[in-house]
Design a protein around this ligand. Structure first.
Ligand SMILES: Cc1cc2nc3c(=O)[nH]c(=O)nc-3n(C[C@H](O)[C@H](O)[C@H](O)COP(=O)(O)O)c2cc1C
Length: 327
């Protein structure tokens, strides 16, 4: 199929304006290689690798086996104590782009600019987008209300045009896309491309259990709820019977600790640690404790497929505007 050219495809040197969004526990080297071979790109959270050695090996493997742009996601707030080590590895091994989330991209931009590595920053409003632009970001990623994970407060129809109007750097849209028609819609709003996560959980290459992938086929947009149980910050999960059982709100003790000035920092760290462990167990193994992070865009997932099949179908839909919706 023909190339769909936008400032994003030109900046990274790829065929179609799509990034497989970084997903904690889900993204892996197989997904990045498949994305590149399908004419798009993907970013993997550095956090998905326990050691710097594993992280380096994955970058080398992707580089050796797929010829195209690859990205890394760095959590840039204080919770990521390995941030500097991860950033230095990205610079040394010259990844193509970095997606920063949950904090200031200042340090990342400082080190990446001279190395020619592009920096895209997750933002949820104009104020923060301007800060990123002033710091020298190459693009902002507009995380909207329909996004999986930590969603923003504003729908794409408002957020993308507002950012396009306010910023002079390109805007990439993240959230709520599950077919080619919605992809096209985001481009028509002024985005130079999309960053799409949830629908790619149900792919052969994704690094999670078959049950988690199948859940993204079986459940739909109405089954997505927000929980504060995982990190303290609202996060989207599938409302499985187990989730209904434990509830989506922090209990009184967690709420009390999180409000207490002295204990707040430790309570937050503990909640985040417990949440990560819960997610990890549920994502990797068969357990009745099904805590599965996904966004409403799983509505459009009808089967578990290879990444290339998902991309090809979406490109076809984007170019012909013919889209089927899940029954
Ligand atoms: C399972 C899952 C894990 C995620 N993990 C991360 C992460 O580690 N870092 C990050 O910046 N964003 C993360 N996100 C957010 C995505 O990068 C992206 O913004 C989101 O998936 C876009 O919405 P969509 O799922 O509707 O496509 C995650 C999202 C999901 C669904």
């Amino acid at each position: 199929m023909e190339k769909i050219s936008t400032p994003l495809t030109e900046m990274l040197g790829m065929k179609y304006p799509m990034i497989i969004a970084p997903m904690f526990l889900v993204s892996n080297a197989e997904m990045l290689k498949a994305a590149i071979r399908s004419g798009i790109t993907a970013a993997v959270p550095a956090l998905n690798y326990r050691t710097d050695k594993d992280f380096r090996e994955a970058i080398h493997e992707i580089r050796a086996e797929a010829d195209g742009p690859m990205g890394v996601n760095l959590i840039v707030n204080k919770s990521n104590i390995r941030m500097m080590e991860q950033l230095k590895t990205c610079v040394e091994l010259k990844v193509d782009f970095i997606i920063t989330s949950l904090g200031s991209p200042r340090k990342v931009i400082e080190l990446c600019k001279p190395a020619g590595i592009k920096v895209f920053c997750d933002v949820v409003d104009v104020h923060y987008a301007k800060i990123c632009e002033d710091l020298g970001a190459d693009a902002v990623i507009a995380v909207n209300k329909e996004a999986g994970g930590h969603a923003g407060p504003t729908p794409a129809t408002e957020l993308v045009p507002a950012l396009v109007e306010a910023c002079s750097i390109p805007v990439i849209s993240a959230g709520g896309v599950g077919n080619g028609y919605q992809w096209k819609e985001k481009l028509e709003l002024g985005a130079v491309g999309i960053s799409m996560g949830s629908p790619f959980i149900a792919t052969e290459e994704a690094g999670v259990s078959q049950d988690y992938k199948q859940a993204c086929v079986d459940y739909g947009a109405e089954d997505i709820v927000m929980t504060t149980k995982l990190s303290g910050t609202p996060c989207t999960v599938i409302n499985t019977p187990y989730m209904q059982d434990i509830g989506t709100q922090q209990n009184w003790l967690e709420t009390f600790l999180n409000k207490n000035k002295k204990l707040k920092k430790f309570a937050k760290m503990l909640t985040a640690y417990k949440g990560m462990k819960m997610l990890e167990k549920a994502a990797m193994s068969a357990t009745y404790k099904t805590v599965w992070c996904a966004g409403p865009s799983i509505e459009y997932v009808k089967s578990i497929r290879p990444i290339k099949a998902v991309v090809d179908e979406m490109v076809e839909q984007l170019t012909t505007s013919k889209v089927e919706v899940k029954e």
